[in-house]
Every structure is written in C-alpha cells, then in structure tokens.
Write a new protein. Sequence first.
Length: 177
Amino acid sequence: MYNIAVVFYSRTGTTREAAQMLADRLDCPIFEIADTVSRSGLWGDVRCVLDNVLRRHVPYRYTGPALTDCEKLVVMAPVWVGHLAAPMRSFLKDHRTFQGGLAAVAIMASRGGFRAAEEIAMTVGRPPHPALVLLQRDIASGEALQDINDFAASLLEQAPANPTQAPRAAWLSPNEA
C-alpha cells in the first residue's frame, strides 16, 4: 500500500516535470496516464480543443496500481482551453469511487487552473484538498519549486479523519484572479 502516490497526465512534458519534482519531495511513486493515440502536431492540438469543448470521454492508458492501494492520491494535469485536460477528466470519471485522500495540481499557461480544480471536485463529488495551480512558465524557470515544496509539506501534515469530508478549499470562488 502506498501512503501517497502521484498520478499525472502530460502532453508536452511540463506536467511530467512538476510531477517528478513533487514525487521527489514526497519520496513517493509516480504513475502516468498516457494517450492511446498521439496528440502531437496540429491534429493533436485540434483533438485537445475538441475533446475539451465537447467534454468527450477519451481513451487513455494507466499502468499504475489499483487506486485502492493508495491512501492519498495527487492528480496532476494541464489545463486545455480553460478546462482540465480530457485524459485526466476521463481517468477521474472512471475512478470516481476512490475513497482515499485526493489532492490536485493544475498546470496552466495563463488561466483556467481554478476551473480545472472545480471540475475535479464535480467529477469525483468532493473538492481536492489541498489543491495547487501552477503556471507553466514557473515550472520551466524553476520558480514553482517553492510552491511545490509547500504543497508537499501540506500533504505530509495530518490528513482529515474522513478524507471524503475535506474542507472546501478557500480559493474556490466564482471569479478567478
């Protein structure tokens, strides 16, 4: 059984880089959700947009352990067109019965990270706690490392007695900053 595991989806490698930083800090395993069909190039970009705009359930490949083997799960995914990346959204829908602790990290270019965290909450029926939104450029420059370290520290603190009743995240608001 894993105390904490990181599950991520990354199309370009940015989320993979952040997931590796977090897993290194937590000293925990890391597992990838991958596309079954490549999303590279112009047609890959078009599929990303259409999958999110049309809210499609997309095929993906996950080779990690059964989620029942994890006490806490940290999901990490990019934001596409202002929403959670379709492969992660599909993964969460398929595993919405997971009852362990759930935390989330959304990686955005400029906006949509808070909406992605809200989508996670709506998909699984409870808000992720804690949740973090990072800018893609901060990961590339290394500026996100302190935020990742702080997030890891909050994960290592005592979890709520009942993970399905995590407190509502303070940053959730109708308007993004």
